[in-house]
Design a protein around this ligand. Structure first.
Ligand SMILES: Nc1ncnc2c1ncn2[C@@H]1O[C@H](COP(=O)(O)OP(=O)(O)O)[C@@H](O)[C@H]1O
Ligand SMILES: [Mg+2]
Length: 251
């Protein structure tokens, strides 16, 4: 408990009449990588979006480093600096250079000088293998490179935890590996991460824990190898069968 970065207690979220998170309990400890898997519409994105308050919660409690982030007086900018988020669709500013994308929030939210922000951005661009692309615009980069810029941008805020929402789902297959490699290296460096992904090999190899969600609840959780290779619940088994063998062909 003491080294929990994020705790989620009995989280409920409704959109109008429709309840999409039905009592989620989850703690993510320092340095832990938690992968969240589950069918489309099960509430995975909503869960991540509640953790950095892109969505307000309906009830329940979420803390980040002990602070209740559902408090209406919360400083949202400060929270977003501590909780980095990487989306399926990169969400870079296309009219800015790579470097500007990676320095803007540092300067506005953390009030870093241009020099300091640039130094930190370049260090993180280096880390994702794009140290020489600072002056490019997003349109000049491949999707995989754009996603790595988005990771560098989030890291430049020195977050306590990184949230990834299907970071490779919009990429051409040959570009997926470079992004996963960066994420794997972040995990090895001790970054605390929550990752929604359909990349089962990544989840099996990198996650400390895998959570299977369906219809707004956590159906099953456990260590990665166990949940992915020997799931206990029928719904988990069915989901994995579909994901690992989408055409239903005999092996
Ligand atoms: N802004 C919204 N307004 C209304 N319904 C939403 C909104 N966002 C998501 N939903 C619904 O909530 C459910 C869970 O969505 P989501 O969290 O995106 O699932 P997942 O990421 O697992 O595919 C879905 O049925 C979706 O249609
Ligand atoms: Mg989603």
């Amino acid at each position: 408990m003491s080294n929990a970065i994020v705790t989620i207690d009995n989280l409920h979220k409704s959109y109008g009449e429709r309840e999409v998170l039905k009592g989620i309990d989850l703690a993510v400890n320092q340095g832990e990588v938690v992968c969240i898997i589950g069918p489309s519409g099960s509430g995975k994105s909503t869960l991540l979006r509640c953790v950095n308050q892109l969505e307000t919660t309906t009830s329940g409690r979420i803390t980040v480093l002990g602070e209740d982030i559902t408090d209406p007086d919360l400083d949202i900018d400060a929270l977003r600096a501590r909780v980095g988020m990487v989306f399926q669709q990169f969400n870079l500013f296309n009219h800015m250079t790579v470097l500007e994308n990676c320095t803007m929030a540092q300067r506005k939210v953390l009030r870093r000088s241009k020099g300091e922000a640039t130094k930190i951005a370049l260090k993180n661009l280096e880390l994702v293998g794009l140290g020489d692309r600072g002056n490019a615009t997003p349109a000049q980069l491949s999707g995989g490179q754009q996603q790595r810029v988005a990771i560098a941008r989030a890291l430049s805020m020195n977050p306590d935890i990184m949230l990834f929402d299907e970071p490779t789902s919009a990429l051409d297959p040959e570009l997926v590996g470079d992004v996963l490699k960066v994420m794997r290296s972040l995990a090895q460096q001790g970054m605390t991460m929550m990752v929604v992904t359909h990349e089962m090999a990544f989840a099996r190899d990198v996650a400390d824990r895998v959570i299977f969600m369906d219809q707004g609840v956590v159906v099953e959780e456990g260590n990665a190898a166990q949940v992915i290779t020997a799931p206990q619940h029928e719904r988990t088994q069915e989901f994995l069968k579909r994901v690992l063998n989408p055409t239903g062909d005999a092996e």
